[in-house]
Design a binder for this molecule. Sequence first.
Ligand code: ATP
Ligand code: MG
Length: 362
Amino acid sequence: MAKIILTGDRPTGRLHVGHYVGSLKRRVELQNSGEFDKIFIMIADAQALTDNADNPEKVRQNIIEVALDYLACGLDPQKATIFIQSQVPELTELSFYYMNLVTVSRLQRNPTVKNEIQMRNFETSIPVGFFTYPISQAADITAFRATTVPVGEDQLPMIEQTREIVRKFNQVYGETLVEPEAVIPENATCQRLPGTDGKAKMSKSLGNCIYLADTAEELKQKVMNMYTDPNHIRVSDPGCVEGNTVFTYLDAFCKEEYFAKYLPEYAGLDALKEHYQKGGLGDVKIKRFLNAVLEEELAPIRERRLELGDQIPEIYEMLRRGSEEARKVAAETLADVKRAMRINYFEDAALIREQAERFANK
Ligand code: ATP
Ligand code: MG
């Protein structure tokens, strides 16, 4: 069976370092591994509109931001098809049929949806489109016959929901759809990177992000203001590394070589943690180190992003071509789905013949 990747992001803002470690970095590695037959990367504007219906301009503006982030990180349109969700209307049609295979109570039990409803203070005024977005996500994944979906940990319930829809569809209508698998980062910290405020998840909607496009100055300011251990007041105080965002980020980004370069007096991250826990290591020093580490990782992305700034029309053209290609593939799957559901009336000569015989004057 062909190995196919589908994944994507909502254009609700620029991409941040949580996206980078959670999904983007892995995508680029998988893209360059040569192990995949096809790679589809989707800018999920239609999904973004499910909770931004009153602000389509935000979504419209952020499509190019996300595309720039992709290219700056190393996604390559020669190797991956990058497209815009709304330009592939077949996805909407698939969702419509999948909706009949999912119950309201199953959607209500989806932990990510539950969590996001709470986060957005929807209470009982949840837009129907938002409530059903796991179904639309199943359409996105299955339309491309994706086997592999590289995502952050918050997306696991979505992939599980997709797998259920696939099984249900295949059981009712015959073997048609492919069951995908999620690929999440091995490094637990990267599966769900917290925000700079220490909150559970860095998220565009929470305003606690370090963006890939941040300038060196913005990055430094965010790092220097980062949440650490509130009880670590004097340098001599023993400090806590668990739940300390600076150490969490070091867990996600630090490489051995950065110690040799910036903190040669420490053997590695464990030695640094030990010193902090014992007392005698100040927040400013660890923050400066983290800033240097992040600068190493992000400066090349930032620079590439700046260079791409004068190729905007070409990037839209790339997205147009990608959307066209994606549309072809999704249309094939949709045709298979309709055939399986037996709602392909006009290509069904046997049906027309049968009906003709039934009604013919005998
Ligand atoms: P929004 O607040 O609009 O939902 P978001 O920041 O959650 O935005 P998404 O576009 O929903 O971003 O997520 C895109 C991908 O990035 C998903 O695979 C998701 O799992 C991953 N991701 C998002 N935030 C993080 C994070 N903090 N740590 C790890 N992965 C993340
Ligand atoms: Mg999200």
